[in-house]
Write a protein that binds this ligand. Structure first.
Ligand code: BMA
Length: 313
């Protein structure tokens, strides 16, 4: 692999749980943030977990991408009337389309007592978690419109919209069980023609699961995605994947890991040994990669887009 330097911010972790009573809703962790540029500022829509393990979304805003101001209250609450969201709103990913920011997220809940829990290739749950992919949108990061569950029948998470259409249709990357997949839609709500992404023989760091990380970037070489993979010891690392712009399920090449748990805030936290991303921002040749450390804090790592593309040649 050609030289690729990934540099952690000296200000890491950028965001950690605030402990005052008013911030009770994020006391158990802030991590896995969606990222976007909005009116020249960088916004993070981050997952915040309360002491009862319910997830909500908080908003953090920055000029320089490193120093953030947070709101006192969450911008998206778990909907108590939505049986798919009993455990809340997890792992948002943002994709701007026109003047609207679409947020694809994991709706987390529990199966009803007695309901059959699907066995996902041996990752059957002792705890009856139920996850579904859901969509909301916003124009201003103040009010959010819910569009509901978009993959109603499957246990899927880690979903994100691609930044453009293919043959007139929207493209969704997601992980179904342990498999990375792609689906297509005319209206963002109904997804069909699902394709499995054919992956080369997995490397040890990818042994258990492979899934999307940040929504892909449009580049001259194809769609560039920072993805995550899990090894047999449940260590989460990040790699780079390049997908064919015309055939989004076709992986051109992948390299990695480009980031793995090393720092104390990545090796110790709520879930140890996790670096996990839901969002990045591109500013000229620089990629600002935001990532969750150990399901507890948010860090930033910088890399160069041109170096990333060279590493994938
Ligand atoms: C994944 C997601 C993430 C989490 C990661 C590590 O499956 O659920 O929310 O950060 O596991 O625990």
């Amino acid at each position: 692999m050609a030289l690729l330097t990934v540099t952690r911010s000296q200000a890491n972790p950028l965001l950690a749980p605030r402990t005052e009573a008013v911030h009770w809703w994020e006391q158990h962790g802030v991590f896995n943030a969606a990222a976007a540029e909005c009116q020249g500022k960088i916004v993070l829509l981050y997952r915040a977990v309360d002491p009862l393990m319910i997830s909500r979304l908080g908003l953090a805003i920055s000029e320089d991408g490193e120093h953030f101001q947070r709101l006192d209250l969450p911008v998206v609450d778990a909907d108590p009337n939505e049986p798919f969201e009993r455990l809340g709103v997890e792992d948002p990913r943002l994709t701007p389309i026109g003047d609207t920011y679409y947020v694809v997220y994991t709706a987390a809940s529990l199966h009803r007592l007695g309901e059959q829990v699907p066995d996902l290739a041996g990752i059957s749950a002792d705890i009856p978690w139920r996850v579904r992919v859901a969509l909301m949108s916003t124009r201003d990061f103040k009010s959010f419109t819910r569009h509901g569950i978009i993959l109603p029948d499957i246990t899927a998470k880690n979903a994100m919209l691609a930044p453009g259409k293919v043959r007139g249709r929207y493209v969704l990357y997601y992980r179904h069980g342990i498999r990375p997949m792609v689906g297509y839609s005319d209206d963002l709500l109904h997804w069909t023609d699902q394709e499995e992404i054919r992956w080369p023989p997995v490397e040890p760091w990818e042994a258990l699961k492979i899934g999307g990380g940040a929504p892909p970037l449009e580049t001259e070489k194809g769609w560039l995605m920072v993805y995550h993979a899990v090894d047999a010891n449940r260590v989460y690392r990040l790699g780079l994947a390049l997908f064919d712009r015309e055939h989004p399920a076709r992986l051109i090449r992948r390299v990695g890991p480009i980031l793995e748990p090393e720092e104390p805030y990545e090796t110790k936290g709520y879930i140890p040994n996790v670096v996990f991303t839901c969002g990045l921002v591109q500013r000229d040749d620089e990629i600002l990669l935001y990532y969750g450390g150990a399901d507890y804090v948010i860090g930033l790592a910088r890399l160069s887009l041109s170096e990333a593309l060279r590493a994938l040649e």
